[in-house]
Ligand binder design. Structure first.
Ligand code: NAP
Length: 288
């Protein structure tokens, strides 16, 4: 009977429409700047998913009245060449924000490359300086795009975070660790899981809020989920040409109270928050 009730009341967290609201706000704020901000994306060619994501980001820039620039680097690009290309964007006064499209191909060091981005132009907030600020409550209102979007979505649907048990599966800097810190800052009790976690199912079943970012298609089924939990699926996997998340939506939707779809959940919010971060960086840059 209780499950039936959850089933009837289950809410799909609509990331797409919130993303549109965020982009509309950015567009309005950008019009008050004296010079149009430019987001420069650096991408190593050869990854079809990255091509799609970068195109979406460029489209969103256009929608928000931002300029975008794409630096395509071929697959044989060396670490030095990549880092020189980043330094060039650092020096370009017309560029207000820089994004290095991840993942990089094997052989290139992501951490070293990200470390070369000027923190004042770091659109995804991934440099050590910006990550450090994120980890100190109150020091920064600037966070990586995906975690920012998740918090905005939970707030939009009045999900109570304070005092709740939040389990995050996946510990990348880009997603898992950052969202864990944002949830902690909002006074959730946070457990951060990874590939070495024992008894994962027992831990995820404690979650009032379950965030999954592991990159394994439909890995989390209803067995991992507590009845009535709020489930945020960050995963973007392609199976037989179709996009799906890390959560088995069909199985979990029967048990949770709220869930993000894939596509249409976290993905569009990531892009919208990138637009917001690009605006914020330009606002703090005297050239704009
Ligand atoms: N929607 C969006 O806008 C958006 C943005 C970014 C990423 N994504 C997607 O989100 C997913 C994760 O991305 P990411 O960049 O965070 O990935 P990542 O850097 O590859 O990290 C994956 C994490 O998952 C953990 N993991 C892997 N298998 C696991 C398992 N069986 N049980 C528990 N933990 C496991 C890994 O643990 P270890 O650390 O122990 O290896 C690692 O911490 C991908 O599908 C990616 O495409 C989506």
């Amino acid at each position: 009977m209780q499950i039936l009730c959850y089933n009837i009341c289950m809410i799909i967290l609509d990331g797409k429409s919130l993303a549109q609201e965020i982009k509309n706000e950015v567009k309005e704020k950008v019009s008050s700047l004296t010079k149009k901000p430019t987001l420069s994306c650096l991408m190593i060619e050869g990854n079809s998913a990255s091509e799609i994501y970068v195109r979406n980001k460029q489209r969103a820039c256009e929608e928000c009245g931002l300029l975008s620039k794409l630096i395509r680097l071929n697959q044989s690009t060396s670490q030095n060449e990549l880092e020189e290309a980043i330094q060039k964007e650092n020096k370009d006064e017309d560029v207000s924000a820089i994004l290095l499209q991840l993942p990089l191909p094997n052989g290139l060091d992501e951490e070293s490359a990200i470390g070369k981005i000027d923190p004042r132009k770091d659109a995804d907030g991934l440099t050590n300086e910006n990550m450090g600020k994120l980890f100190f409550k109150g020091v920064s209102n600037f966070a990586p795009c995906t975690p920012s979007g998740i918090i905005k979505l939970l707030d939009k649907y009045d999900v109570q975070i304070e005092g709740k048990t939040a389990v995050v599966v996946g510990r990348s800097k880009l997603v898992g660790q950052s969202i864990a810190h944002l949830l902690l800052q909002r006074n959730a009790t946070v457990v951060l899981c990874h590939s070495k976690t024992e008894n994962l199912k027992e831990i995820t079943r404690m979650a009032d809020i379950l965030v999954v970012a592991i990159g394994k298609a439909k890995f989390i089924d209803a067995d991992f989920v507590k009845s009535g939990a709020v489930v945020v699926d960050v995963g973007m996997n392609r199976v037989d040409g179709k996009l799906c998340g890390d959560v088995d939506f069909e199985s979990v939707k029967e048990k949770c109270s709220m869930i993000t779809p894939v596509p249409g959940g976290v993905g569009p919010l990531t892009v919208a928050c990138l637009m917001e971060n690009t605006y914020k960086l330009a606002k703090n840059n005297p050239n704009f």
